[in-house]
Design a protein. Structure first.
Length: 182
């Protein structure tokens, strides 16, 4: 398991799946805001890639996030789009509603940076998020990500086009202890 100061990132367990499906993916608004594809129901037991891990998919590494203190499931974290030629990847995360606003998101980004830069030897990490997602923007900025641009009206979300922000972090600018909690 990879550990931060508050959370751990471990493999997806079978009994995580119904909780993640109910609290993240079956919430149409959350799912529409967090994913780049349209919401659709996921059949229990289906091998849907949003929940069930395919270990053969090299460029996509999903984790379940747990509290270090007690092991309660907190949400999901993913290093995706791993490109071993350009040595870059994207970061994604989603926390259960009751687990938001406690500093876990900031810690998850820190752990994914460690995984991307130290374990995988990457050079650049990238995050795309909706421009109004203050918690995600702050979680990224607290770890050293900088805004590299605004993708105007790039996301169709629940009946309207919204702007997305592109944030990037290069390994030479990464300070593992940037968050005061780490
Ligand atoms: C986005 C998300 C991962 C952030 O994780 P989190 O644990 O809630 O965030 P943190 O508690 O670490 O807070 C990070 C910062 O955002 C601020 N913040 C948290 N929730 C906020 C909110 N609802 N509104 C405004 N600011 C907020 C915190 O005060 C903190 O600011 P600081 O660094 O200045 O102290 C989490 O809220 C989430 O899962 N949201 C739903 C799914 C989602 O949006 N995923 C991202 C898709 S790209």
């Amino acid at each position: 398991m990879l550990t931060g100061t508050k959370v751990g990132l471990r493999a997806r367990h079978e009994d995580d799946i119904p909780i993640l499906r109910a609290e993240l993916y079956d919430d149409v608004v959350n799912s529409s805001r967090a994913e780049s594809r349209p919401w659709r129901p996921i059949t229990p037991g289906s091998p849907d890639s949003r929940l069930v891990v395919d270990d053969k998919e090299e460029g996509h590494v999903p984790f379940s996030v747990v509290e270090l203190d007690g092991g309660t499931l907190v949400g999901t974290a993913t290093l995706w789009g791993i490109d071993n030629h350009h040595r870059s990847a994207h970061i994604g995360l989603g926390l259960r509603p009751a687990c938001r606003g406690k500093g876990y998101g900031t810690d998850v980004v820190a752990v994914l940076c460690h995984y991307g830069f130290v374990v995988r030897g990457l050079h650049r990490l990238q995050i795309e998020t909706l421009a109004d997602n203050v918690a995600m923007l702050r979680s990224a900025e607290r770890n050293g990500f900088v805004c590299e641009g605004v993708l105007r009206s790039s996301a169709w979300v629940m009946g309207e086009f919204l702007d997305e922000v592109l944030l990037g972090l290069l390994v030479q600018d990464w300070k593992p202890d940037r968050s005061p909690d780490r």
